[in-house]
Design a protein around this ligand. Structure first.
Ligand code: F6P
Length: 557
């Protein structure tokens, strides 16, 4: 692998620096001067209609951003990823989440193995399992069909499945629900199992490594809960064989470490594998999505995968100037590196996408929150903005004040669909139309604001005028789709995966490792004995940590 290009050494970076100096694009003027702006800056990627026209860019900035993409070798890096080159250099791995959604008729041979054939072999097993659970032919230890699937995982083994499950609730088979346990806080597993019937519950233990403390602890607690309930009911006796028989009907696993799955006591026949070339945060379209496949069924899951693939094709083939993920990634570079933005809001006008921002936080921040480049040298510019958000209209009544009138530049992506899952009315009013009117109104207010003269014209008293002025020129991207279908959810995820990739390439970082999460995990294991009361372990802590542990020891009841 060649060393990354230092973006700050490129002519395009110099051009962007010059353009950014005193940059003061006024969106009112830009639209007035160019009646074709909205049309020209609206693009499509698969079913996604993406309006970039309310961003703080003109043709010169856009051209320089595209040149930056060319000068850092974005297309070459993309092609290397798609071909299975080992671009995850610190782990010496390929990065092939895009192979997870290639059609079965494709083939991609990496290190002598057709990874697409392997993907479909696992998918076929996942789908057969999903069909069995959905049809009731998979029964629990007492012969009852499954009514609740509990996915136990964390990070990529949780956020993807829970986000997609929530997004696609209208597609979930009636009578078959999923729950998601992630936190090692025992409140999580306790609350999620409290009202469950173990005879109709199926646990999916999802962990790429099958070593993650939270997941294995929760899995053991779930197994204890399950066996204790069934022993109370006289279904399971004290023999190991009886427990094993019950577990084989109620516990399945998803992992790259199938040996560890067997050590845990899960029948390897009930385990679905994936590969080290799938990052956890890029894995919902692998067997990690098994809970979703059970809930929405194989046909819908196939449509979900096809949605990803359609955006992959767009990213792989469109020239940069019309390539939606590439342009959105380059726009983010403009805001972070040239206009000083430190965060980025993602605001879905779709209640079903209420976990989308949380999902994107792992995708974007675990990928690009890095201070060294892929060649081990320090980055040469700011990286990794903070992604955050909540669905509209809830956010409007909470944090939009800061986006409209605060002192920070916060680029925001607004997402909505044309056809609602619930076409309800409030009297004569179509409620989805009211909802969409809010989406359109917010992006309009952010772009065009309200001048002091307009505020005065409303009869506002002069001393109050400044507080009621909206500066406008607050950038947004609007993303619309026909409906929140499985395909569209796949498309949205792929869009943000490739935006994240684009930014990582410009910054020269490896977006596919996550060493920054390791130190805390190691220290937790070192501190655990102190928390359990070991005096030597307590004495080995720094004074602040030791005091906090002492507070705990003195106050626990
Ligand atoms: O600690 C971070 C992390 O490694 C994530 O990257 C990953 O998605 C999560 O933990 C869970 O890991 P696993 O699937 O191996 O349990």
């Amino acid at each position: 692998m060649t060393s990354p290009v230092d973006p700050t050494s490129t002519p395009a970076w110099a051009a962007l620096t010059a353009l950014a100096d005193g940059y003061a694009l006024d969106l009112r003027e830009a639209f007035a001067a160019d009646p074709g702006r909205a049309q020209r800056l609206s693009l499509t990627a698969a079913d996604l209609f993406v309006d970039l026209s309310k961003n703080l860019v003109d043709d010169r900035v856009l051209a320089a951003l595209v040149e930056l993409g060319e000068q850092v070798g974005l297309a070459e890096r993309r092609d290397a990823m798609l071909a299975g080159e080992r671009i995850n250099v610190t782990e010496n791995r390929s990065v092939l989440h895009t192979a997870l959604r290639r059609p079965a008729t494709d083939s991609l041979v990496v290190d002598g193995v057709d990874v697409v054939a392997e993907v479909h072999a696992v998918l076929d097993r996942v789908f057969a399992f999903a069909d069995a659970v959905r049809s009731g032919s998979w029964v629990g230890v007492t012969g009852k069909p499954i009514s609740t699937v509990v996915n136990i995982g964390i990070g990529g083994s949780d956020l993807g499945p829970v986000m997609v499950y929530e997004a696609l609730l209208p597609y979930v088979q009636p009578g078959l629900g999923c729950r998601f346990v992630s936190n090692i806080d025992p409140a999580d597993v306790s609350e999620k199992t409290a009202d469950l019937d173990p005879e109709t519950t199926l646990f999916i233990i999802a962990s790429k490594t099958f070593t993650t403390l939270e997941t294995l602890t929760n899995a053991r607690m779930a197994r204890d809960w399950f066996l204790a309930r069934l022993r109370e009911a006289g279904v399971v006796d004290d023999s190991e064989a009886s427990a094993k028989q019950a577990i084989s009907k109620h516990f399945v696993a998803v992992s790259t470490a199938l040996d560890k799955v067997a050590d845990f006591g899960i029948d390897p026949a009930n385990a679905f594998g994936f590969w080290d070339w799938v990052g956890g945060r890029y894995s919902v379209d692998s067997a990690v999505g098994t809970a979703v496949a059970v809930a929405i069924g194989p046909d819908n899951f196939r449509a979900f995968l096809d949605g990803f693939h359609s955006v992959d094709e767009h990213f792989a083939t469109e020239p940069l100037e019309r390539n939606v993920p590439a342009l959105m990634g380059l726009l983010n570079i403009w805001y972070v590196n040239f206009l000083g933005a430190a965060s980025h809001a993602v605001l879905p006008y779709a209640q079903y996408l209420h976990r989308f921002a949380a999902y994107l936080q792992q995708l974007t921040m675990e990928s690009n929150g890095k201070g060294v480049r892929s060649d081990g040298r320090p980055v040469t510019t700011a990286t990794g903005e903070i992604f955050w958000g909540e669905p509209g209209t809830n956010g409007q009544h909470a944090f939009y004040q800061l986006i409209h009138q605060g002192t920070q530049l916060i680029p925001a992506d607004f997402i909505a669909v044309a056809t609602p899952a619930h076409p309800l009315k409030d009297g004569a009013a179509d409620v989805h139309e009211l909802f969409l009117a809010n989406f359109f109104a917010q992006t309009k207010a952010l772009a065009f604001g309200k001048t002091a003269d307009e505020v005065r014209a409303e009869g506002t008293a002069e001393p109050i005028v400044p507080a009621r002025v909206f500066s406008g020129n607050r950038p947004t991207t609007s993303i619309m789709a026909p409906a929140l279908t499985p395909s569209v959810v796949g498309q949205l995820i792929a869009l943000y995966e490739h935006i994240t990739f684009t930014q990582g390439v410009v910054w020269g970082i490896n977006s596919f490792d996550q060493w920054g999460v390791e130190l805390g995990k190691q220290l937790a294991l070192q501190i655990a004995p102190a928390v359990a009361g070991d005096a030597d372990a307590l004495a080995a802590q720094d004074p602040s940590t030791a005091n906090l542990v002492r507070y705990y020891l003195a106050n626990r009841r």
